[in-house]
Design a protein around this ligand. Structure first.
Ligand SMILES: *Cc1c(COP(=O)(O)O)cnc(C)c1O
Ligand SMILES: [Zn+2]
Length: 396
């Protein structure tokens, strides 16, 4: 891989106060203000080798975007072939909505069956690079499985704290990959407290969503892929089932990097988030015009990926929604299930409940005129339906 161009990573920068941090040692949040750290690159240097033409011949994974990935030595990369997922035009589904340009990006085809693979591949690689061997995280389900798989692949120790009522498949996979599974009586926020306490008095590193800077770098590759798959353009609208917001914040960052490299102009997709009526802290804050989200009490939904009552990066998420002329909408549990089954049966794309939530949200948005039917629109099917055997069919 010696002909690989190099990473142009410079340092980590606080998203709020701008304080710089060294990426060569373990980092979590800003040491000055406690907020989210983001990786910054020398994009002028990156621009010299980064183009659609130069990308064409590269490896079909997130690692094709080498210049804007946070790993300095390619020998550190821990990969299972994550990324470069199919972007599928859904003619049948589109017709039911009167939309001619409705696409599903099928993230269920990632290793471990969800887009969490992208983020955890980046985190595991960075850990190998800087010699951190013990990673701990709270999860609603999928991030735990992905962390465990990349931990096995990279020879890292992984500690996963997960709600005890998470899907069976997600608990089993963590154990199957050889990680430690700590079942918590509560939600991902309770699991987060457990992990924070563990990491405070030990050598475990807390890699909770956006409390470390690299998962967002892995997930931002969804933005680069859309740009490549649309031949150098971006879609008009992106619907995203939001939990902690890594993918949303990451894609928005990718678009900014592309513009700085002179590869797109200043137009952006409308970023639209969908949450469940039983757990909608971001939708509530967006509707109230707030800059921060209040914790959601008694969060409940059958879609684990969006059962996140206290997203740590609420300020960044809300900022993206405002800057993009975005929107935010809730859907109920019946609509989530119906959406999941409809995507699967209509298009042969094995949808997860979070993907189903997006179809339900889209229906409401176009019916009420909040989204134009002619918009080139992306739904992210963020995981595979195979992880939810109990939801796939109506009980008889
Ligand atoms: C984690 C997850 C989400 C939410 O993603 P974020 O980037 O954390 O907001 C959505 N769907 C699925 C299937 C997930 O596992
Ligand atoms: Zn700061």
């Amino acid at each position: 891989m010696s002909q690989q161009p190099t990473s142009t990573l410079l340092y980590l920068e606080c998203s709020i106060c701008g304080e710089r941090h060294d990426d060569r040692i373990p980092q979590t949040t800003c040491t000055a203000c406690g907020r989210v750290l983001l990786a910054r690159y020398d994009l002028e240097a990156a621009q010299r080798t980064f183009s659609r033409e130069s990308l064409a011949g590269r490896v079909a994974s997130i690692w094709r975007y080498w210049e804007v990935m946070p790993i300095r030595d390619c020998a550190s990369v821990v990969t299972l072939g994550e990324g470069m997922t199919p972007l599928l035009l859904t003619e049948r589904l589109g017709k039911t909505l009167g939309m001619e340009q409705l696409f599903i990006k099928d993230e269920g085809s990632n290793p471990t069956g969800s887009f969490k693979a992208r983020g955890l591949a980046a985190t595991a690689s960075k850990a190998v690079e800087i010699g951190t061997r013990k990673l701990a995280l709270p999860t609603a389900g999928n991030a735990g499985g992905a962390a465990a798989a990349y931990g096995a692949r990279g020879g890292l120790e992984i500690y996963v704290a997960m709600p005890a009522d998470a899907p069976r498949t997600m608990k089993d996979e963590v154990r199957a990959y050889g990680a430690t599974l700590d079942l918590v009586d509560g939600l991902i926020s309770d699991a987060g407290k457990r992990v924070a306490a563990l990491c405070r008095d030990s050598d475990w590193l807390d890699i909770a969503t956006l409390k470390e800077p690299y998962r967002a770098e892995g997930k931002k590759t969804m933005g680069y892929e859309l740009w490549e798959q649309f031949d150098g353009e971006l879609p008009d609208a992106i619907l995203y089932p939001i939990g902690g917001g890594t993918g949303l914040v990451g894609m928005w960052k990718a678009f900014d990097e592309l513009e700085t490299m002179g590869l797109i102009d200043s137009r952006r997709p409308r970023m639209i988030v969908v949450q469940a009526t039983g757990c909608a802290p971001i939708v509530r804050a967006f509707e109230a015009g707030a800059t921060r989200a209040e914790p959601w009490v008694d969060a409940a939904t059958l879609a684990p990926g969006i059962r996140v009552p206290t997203p740590f990066a609420d300020d960044l998420i809300l900022d993206v929604l405002r800057q993009s002329d975005g929107d935010a909408i809730t859907v109920d549990e019946d609509a989530i299930l119906a959406g999941m089954r409809e995507i699967t049966a209509t298009e042969g794309i094995d949808a997860c409940p979070e993907g189903g939530a997006l179809l339900a949200g889209l229906r409401e948005l176009v019916a009420s005129g909040r989204l134009d039917r002619s918009a080139r629109t992306i739904l992210f099917n963020t995981g595979s339906g195979l992880k939810h055997p109990e939801l796939r069919l109506e009980e008889d």
